[in-house]
Design a protein around this ligand. Structure first.
Ligand SMILES: Nc1ncnc2c1ncn2[C@@H]1O[C@H](COP(=O)(O)OP(=O)(O)OP(=O)(O)O)[C@@H](O)[C@H]1O
Ligand SMILES: [Mg+2]
Length: 380
């Protein structure tokens, strides 16, 4: 949906007053652990992270890594076994009863399968959290109208969920999640049941809401494209542990953990072709050439580096793989090439030159020449 959002009706202060930017993290998780009584080991193990107000924060990891459990501990759908979760100053991990219900109004959630009530109209679904929060009836109508306008469904108020597309159902889910004017929106695989085009529309809506209202969005997803396109920070979970965390661009450009690297293989070219990977060794061998990975970020992308390697350093680079992606709105290029050194230090000088240009270049191993020759379709 690209229609403008009704910021005037929002500014009127009814359901959704913009949240002021505050430097204090809106979500603080400290040493969080969770063990289910019937599970072998901890599902979450000593997870600590902070999420800044107004951020779009991605959480990725393999199936069963504990992503859903993590977000469910944030809104206390699950009770942590240890550690602390603080949301907007409320320690949700300790609250009970009424105090917990009040704190939960500050945390909206949307789901992969939307979880709408089929017996209620669109307006009736959005009304539900307002009824639970005992918002007076006279106030509900205008709030629901503003929320449906926000998500682009003003004309569907009286429709039933069965009459809606998947994308429209998720818009209802978003309107319902925002009904109590939360400062945090948790999204658990919110676009995983949608086709790519509808996914883009829902992401655009989430980004618009994030920007206009300062809403903090926590996005659990197995779709790396979603993280690449809209998350400014990302956490990588592996078997309940936080293995990597940081600005999306940095994690995608320089993933440290094997799980992050394998996850990102589909969207950033960090993985070598398998037949070359298989012959890669950390040390030079009798019949091998060094394989170099160059990561370009920002302005250095304009440098004529292959020409430099040839002209200034007398190397004969052979490109194995290369691509450029947009990550968090910035170009990220990865180029993998092989270049014989001749043993005279030319390669080291070339790498130092690339480093001076602000490129990240490293020898990632040594590949056997026959494997390289096969890849290029003939003897070298
Ligand atoms: N209520 C529960 N009782 C027992 N075990 C559970 C419960 N909920 C989750 N688990 C276990 O905790 C682990 C993590 O589950 P979780 O749903 O958080 O993973 P996930 O990363 O969201 O996976 P997916 O990508 O498949 O959604 C799994 O091994 C799961 O079986
Ligand atoms: Mg899950």
């Amino acid at each position: 949906m690209n229609a403008p959002l009704p910021s005037e009706s929002l500014a009127a202060g009814l359901p959704l007053a913009p949240h002021p930017p505050v430097s204090e993290p809106v979500i603080r998780i400290e040493g969080l652990s969770k063990t289910f009584s019937d599970a072998a080991g901890p599902v979450l193990d000593d997870v600590s992270l902070q999420i800044a107000r107004g951020d779009i924060y991605g959480v990725i990891g393999r199936s069963g890594a504990g992503k859903s459990t993590l977000v469910r501990c944030i809104n206390r759908l699950e009770r942590p076994s240890g550690g602390r979760v603080v949301v907007s100053g409320h320690e949700t991990s300790r609250l009970e009863g009424r105090a917990l219900r009040t704190a939960r109004r500050d945390i909206g959630m949307i789901f992969q399968h939307f979880n709408l009530l089929s017996s209620r109209t669109v307006a009736g679904n959005v009304a539900l959290p307002l009824e639970v929060a005992r918002v007076p009836k006279a106030e509900r109508g205008p709030r629901i109208a503003a929320l449906l306008e926000l998500v682009g469904l003003a004309d569907k108020a009286q429709a039933y969920p069965s009459e809606l597309s998947g994308g429209q159902k998720q818009r209802v889910g978003i309107a319902r999640a925002l009904a109590t004017a939360p400062s945090v929106l948790l999204c658990d695989e919110a676009t995983s049941a949608l086709d790519p085009e509808t996914t883009q529309q829902i992401l655009a809506l989430l980004r618009d809401i994030n920007r206009r209202l300062g809403l903090t969005v926590v996005l659990v997803t197995h779709e790396m494209e979603v993280v690449r396109d809209i998350a400014s920070h990302v956490a990588v979970l592996e078997r309940g542990r936080l293995v990597e965390e940081g600005a999306t661009f940095d994690v995608l450009a320089f993933p440290k953990s094997p799980v992050a690297r394998s996850f990102l293989a589909g969207i950033v070219a960090h993985e070598l072709p398998p037949e070359i990977q298989a012959t890669l060794s950390p040390e030079p061998q009798a019949d091998s050439d060094p394989v170099i990975r160059i990561v370009f970020t920002g302005a250095a992308a304009n440098e004529p580096i292959v020409a430099d390697l040839v002209g200034r350093f007398g190397l004969r680079p052979n490109i194995l793989h290369g691509r450029i992606d947009q990550v968090a709105g910035r170009p990220l290029g990865v180029l993998t090439l092989v270049a014989g050194d001749g043993g005279d230090g030319r390669l080291a000088a070339a790498l130092a030159h690339l480093a001076r240009l602000g490129l990240h270049a490293e020898v990632i191993g040594h590949a056997l020449r026959p494997a390289l020759a096969r890849r290029h379709g003939g003897p070298r």
